[in-house]
Design a protein around this ligand. Structure first.
Ligand code: ZN
Length: 253
């Protein structure tokens, strides 16, 4: 669909370093195999992380444990052995455009427990309001560390919540007190809703996982998306968080 998605560990690490230089403070990392197919295999994640460390890039690393590809919980949790500072945690099920975002209760608890024992900050990926309540319950049951719950509100995925201001307000109002949150908006509304999120005090995720278009008919790159949202943030008076700020905001210092 686009030549601008980094595929090899080298391409991914180089893209992350370039994005860090433009103001990104967290890298949400997926991996692909030699055929370019998404994979949970730890070796690709390990290589990417090693390249970042070798380059001295201090960006906060967040490994995806998402459901794409229909892998088992064990496979999806494999790269958590790298003990990244953060990892994505699904807390419910929904639909992706052509597949199911399948996360049954036992799998959710399994993933949460691994993150708890390895001291990995889970980022709850919210595709539906029920996922917020499930995360609150997991924390009450001791499966997520005390401290602010970290949410990424995902809007605009075909088959899930549409990307509208009303849906964003609804999700934000449904968050527990002291939650830290970002948005990740798919589709042409992504800039507008990211601006609303920043005005509400939230944070923003951008990248080619969510949008392959920068504007109508113009393909995006991760660097261009970061550069634009960083410039908007600064013009709104929202300073950019450095990796050290992220740790403080997430309560993991
Ligand atoms: Zn992802």
């Amino acid at each position: 669909m686009t030549p601008h998605v980094p595929v090899t560990p080298e391409e991914i690490a180089n893209d992350i370093i370039a994005c860090y230089d433009k103001g990104a403070s967290v890298a949400h990392i997926h991996a692909r195999d030699e055929e370019g197919v998404p994979t949970c295999d730890i070796k690709y994640f390990a290589e990417t992380v090693q390249l970042l460390d070798k380059a001295g890039c201090p960006i906060v690393k967040q490994i995806s444990t998402g459901a794409r590809g229909g892998k088992t919980g064990e496979a999806r949790a494999e790269a958590l052995a790298l003990k990244p500072l953060s990892a994505s945690l699904a807390s419910g099920s929904s639909n992706f455009p052509t597949s199911i975002n399948a996360n049954e209760p036992t799998l959710i608890e399994y993933m949460a427990k691994i993150m708890l024992t390895k001291n990995i900050k889970p980022e709850i990926e919210v595709f539906d309001v029920a996922m917020i309540n499930n995360a609150v319950r997991l924390q009450q049951e001791g499966l997520i560390n005390k401290g602010p719950l970290l949410f990424n509100l995902v809007l605009g995925v075909k088959g899930s919540l549409p990307a509208t201001p009303k849906n964003l307000f609804f999700l934000v109002e449904s968050l527990p007190p002291n939650a830290v949150w970002s948005v990740s908006v798919i589709g042409p509304q992504h800039v507008n809703l990211s601006v609303i999120a920043m005005a509400l005090g939230g944070h923003v995720r951008v990248g080619t996982e969510d949008n392959i278009y920068y504007a109508k008919g113009v393909l995006a790159t991760n660097v261009a998306l970061v550069e634009r949202i960083a410039a908007i943030a600064q013009s709104m008076g929202r300073g950019l968080a450095a990796p050290q700020d992220v740790k403080r905001i997430w309560g993991i210092e």
